[in-house]
Design a protein around this ligand. Structure first.
Ligand code: GAR
Length: 191
C-alpha cells in the first residue's frame, strides 16, 4: 500500500508513523509527504526519512482549485493509494475528495462529534468535561465529520494542566494511529 502523509506543523504523528514503518509494525510504503506550511518542523522529519515532499500553500497558487490539482498531480505521479492526514489543518475540497474516494483518513484530538476544529484539546479542557480522547475517521467534505473508524477515551484528572492533557492525548495518538492504519491496510488487502 502506497501512502501519502499530509501535515501542517510539528509532525509528531508523522514521526510515530515513520517509526512504526521502520520498526516493521506498519507495512506501508511512505511515498509522499504534503505540507501546506513552509518552515514546518514536519518537513525536516520527512527529509530525514527520505520521503518525497511537496510544500505548497494555497496562496502560492492562482486558485484553491489549482492548489488541490497540483497536490493531486504530485500524489498520482507517486501512485499514492491512501492519504493520511496527521495534523493537517485545512479542509479538503472536490479535486482531492474525488481523486481519493474513501481513501483519506484523519486523526482528531477529541471524541468527535464533540470539539471539532483546530483546538480540540483546549476546547475540551476549557469546557471542563471529565473525559475527552482521540478519534480516527474517514474524511468527507465537512470539518471533522466523516465515518468514525475508532475512538479512544482519555480521562481528564482533576489536577491536570492543559499541557498534561495535551501530552496524554498525543501519547494515545502516537500508539493508536499506526496500529489503526495497519488494521485498515490489512482489511483492504482482504477485500
Ligand atoms: C494532533 O493532535 C492532531 O490530532 C491534531 O493536530 C495535532 C498535530 O500534532 N489535528 C487536528 O486538530 C485536526 N483537526 P503533530 O503535528 O505533532 O502530529
Amino acid at each position: 500500500m502506497r501512502l501519502a502523509l499530509f501535515a501542517s506543523g510539528s509532525g509528531s504523528n508523522v514521526q510515530a508513523i515513520i517509526d512504526a514503518v521502520q520498526a516493521g509494525k506498519l507495512n506501508v510504503e511512505l511515498v509522499a509527504l504534503f505540507c501546506d506550511q513552509a518552515g514546518a518542523r514536519v518537513i525536516e522529519r520527512a527529509e530525514q526519512a527520505g520521503i518525497d515532499t511537496l510544500v505548497l500553500a494555497p496562496q502560492d497558487c492562482p486558485s484553491r482549485q489549482a492548489w488541490e490539482e497540483a497536490i493531486v498531480a504530485f500524489l498520482k505521479e507517486r501512485k499514492v493509494e491512501l492519504i493520511v492526514l496527521a495534523g493537517f489543518m485545512r479542509i479538503l475540497g472536490e479535486p482531492l475528495l474525488e481523486a481519493y474516494p474513501e481513501a483519506i483518513v484523519n486523526i482528531h484530538p477529541s471524541l468527535l462529534p464533540a470539539f471539532p476544529g483546530r483546538q480540540g484539546i483546549q476546547d475540551a479542557y476549557e469546557a471542563g468535561v471529565a473525559e475527552t480522547g482521540v478519534t480516527i475517521h474517514w474524511v468527507d467534505a465537512g470539518i471533522d465529520t466523516g465515518e468514525i473508524i475508532v475512538q479512544e477515551k482519555v480521562r481528564i484528572e482533576a489536577d491536570w494542566s492543559l499541557d498534561d492533557l495535551a501530552q496524554a492525548i498525543h501519547q494515545v495518538e502516537h500508539r493508536l494511529y499506526p496500529a489503526t492504519l495497519q488494521e485498515i491496510i490489512e482489511e483492504r488487502r482482504e477485500d
